[in-house]
Design a binder for this molecule. Structure first.
Ligand SMILES: NC(=O)C1=CN([C@@H]2O[C@H](COP(=O)(O)OP(=O)(O)OC[C@H]3O[C@@H](n4cnc5c(N)ncnc54)[C@H](OP(=O)(O)O)[C@@H]3O)[C@@H](O)[C@H]2O)C=CC1
Ligand SMILES: O=C(CO)[C@H](O)[C@H](O)COP(=O)(O)O
Length: 477
């Protein structure tokens, strides 16, 4: 119970970065009384004690039983702990104390297959299990995240009054919505992160070109990104690129990025995106390139050895020139590649929607990503409009996108070619270009693949000139 003796409106289980800030957001922007729970119990008291203004609406609890007793019925419990086993453990601890009609939400990142399994396991109890994606990092969780809700639609109607006040707002419209049954919310959040990976990787590749190809210092590159953030590339990720590159390490006086080890962490969402895209037969090649690049980055010692073995073997004299025009070329190339990455992410969402019968509202997804989340950008408004204007086969073919791709593709081509000649790695930018070239080719080359498969495995093929399935008696090899 709160200091005033009132029962709590909901409980948040997990007082890490996201859970603590989400709880404060519920208390602050929602005006809700929130029960706080955590494996390490002291953290719940710490959250209350370090927020005296909100303390009357924050109720630290010492155990699951204590949290349950504190909550109004029907109860709402939000789990916000690390993905995987910790979520299963929390569900196992809380579920026996909940009653029919209570709502149990997993608000962390989750593999949607786990969400589907958990929902099926919880359903017989009459408790409603909801998989819900939350994006926006620490700041977003505290002041307004983008929220992607799955589970039963009727449960969403009950959750709306809790979630709308705490969500980000874009021109006054809450960035939260119900996206589909079952694991739809977590699937969409996963793809949000997959796109985030691709976007970040492309930015890092352009940073690499400017650092290693052009020879600019971090601060100067930060200024370039800050400038780009005023135009078509305007987005949170480009903005923070400028901020991080201009930051100085107080200990050494060097640019902060220059003292950070070049090994990227990853918690799973990028990998899950790529696995699901592959299962659905969608070529999310820029997302794949981004996940792989993080993997390669983590093999730092091996890379150092390879650098010693191979040295600088770029073509002699090949340099990446980027004068004023060259910078414009890079800006345009990054914008074009980013459009392709988003198109791949959306193609994965569209296919999942068909496969799982979700009827995902693709325009709404773009709308709730316009504020609060990590990939928020002006450009998402264009995606929302493209979906609202009519049926979209693939974003690359939507009229507004087609024009932008046509305008940028030559620059992307030049940047990828120059980077390749200069020995600068651009896995995501080149993946974007190759995908585009593959996608726009009416007559591809897998006719040869089919012939080979038929030769060695009698896998059969279709013919251009007649209907049916055929096997050819190829010469013995
Ligand atoms: N950080 C971010 O920017 C974002 C994170 N997320 C997702 O939100 C979730 C939480 O992330 P975040 O707050 O950053 O993580 P933190 O590492 O800051 O906090 C982890 C929380 O999980 C609890 N926990 C970990 N393992 C267990 C366990 N085995 N049993 C019980 N509790 C456990 C911790 O408890 P204790 O204090 O006792 O260790 C702590 O409360 C994750 O799914 C993450 O992917 C989603 C969007 C953005
Ligand atoms: O969900 C998020 C942002 O949207 C989290 O910040 C997540 O941790 C990012 O993924 P990773 O840690 O794998 O880079």
């Amino acid at each position: 119970m709160s200091e005033t003796g009132a029962r709590a409106d909901l409980g948040v289980l997990g007082m890490g970065t996201m859970g603590a800030n989400l709880a404060l957001n519920f208390a602050d922007n929602g005006g809700f009384t929130v029960a706080l729970g955590n494996r390490t119990v002291e953290k719940s008291y710490g959250v209350r004690d370090s927020n005296p203004d909100l303390a009357p609406r924050l109720v630290p609890t010492d155990s699951i039983e204590h949290m349950i007793q504190t909550l109004k019925s029907p109860r709402v419990v939000v789990i916000m702990v690390n993905a995987g086993q910790p979520v299963d453990d929390q569900i196992a601890l809380v579920l026996p104390h909940l009653d029919k009609g209570d709502i149990l939400i997993d608000a962390g990142n989750a593999d949607f297959n786990d969400t589907v399994r958990r929902e099926a396991a919880v359903r017989p109890t009459g408790v409603h299990f909801v998989g819900m994606g939350v994006s926006g990092g620490e700041e977003g969780a505290r002041h307004g995240p983008s929220i992607m809700v799955g589970g039963d639609r009727a449960v969403w109607e009950r959750l709306k009054p809790l979630l709308e006040p705490i969500s980000a707002k874009y021109e006054g419209v809450p960035c939260v919505d119900w996206l589909g049954e079952g694991g739809a919310g977590h699937f969409v959040k996963t793809l949000h992160n997959g796109i985030e990976y691709a976007d970040m990787q492309m930015i890092a590749e352009v940073y690499g070109i400017l650092r290693d190809g052009v020879g600019l210092k971090a601060g100067a590159i930060g200024d370039i990104f800050a400038d780009w953030n005023t135009r078509g590339l305007s987005s949170y990720l480009v903005e923070i690129t400028g901020v991080t590159l201009r930051e100085t390490d107080p200990d050494t006086g060097q640019p902060m990025v220059d003292v950070i080890v070049d090994e990227a962490g990853q918690k799973g969402t990028g990998r899950w995106s790529v696995i699901e895209a592959q299962k659905l037969g969608i070529g999310a090649t820029t997302l794949e390139a981004a996940v792989s690049a993080r993997g390669v980055s983590s093999r730092r010692r091996e890379r150092a050895e390879a650098a010693r073995v191979f040295g600088d073997i770029a073509l002699p004299g090949a340099q990446f020139h980027a004068d004023r025009d060259g910078l414009g070329e890079l800006e345009s190339a990054l914008e074009c590649a980013k459009l392709i990455a988003y198109a791949q992410g959306y193609a994965t969402l569209a296919e999942a929607s068909r496969e799982f019968g979700w009827n995902l509202p693709l325009g709404t997804i773009a709308r709730i990503w316009r504020a609060g989340c990590i990939i928020r950008s002006a450009f998402l408004d264009d995606i929302a409009q493209a979906y609202e204007a009519g049926e979209v086969v693939n974003l690359l073919q939507a009229p507004s996108f087609r024009d932008r791709i046509e305008a940028g593709q030559a620059n992307l081509r030049r940047v990828v070619a120059k980077a390749a000649l200069a020995g600068l790695p651009v896995p995501a930018l080149s993946a974007a270009l190759s995908y585009f070239d593959d996608y726009r080719r009416a007559r591809g080359t897998t006719n040869l693949t089919q012939a080979q498969r038929d030769l060695f495995g009698a896998h059969t093929f279709h013919r251009l000139d007649r209907e049916g399935t055929f096997h050819h008696r190829w010469p013995q090899v």
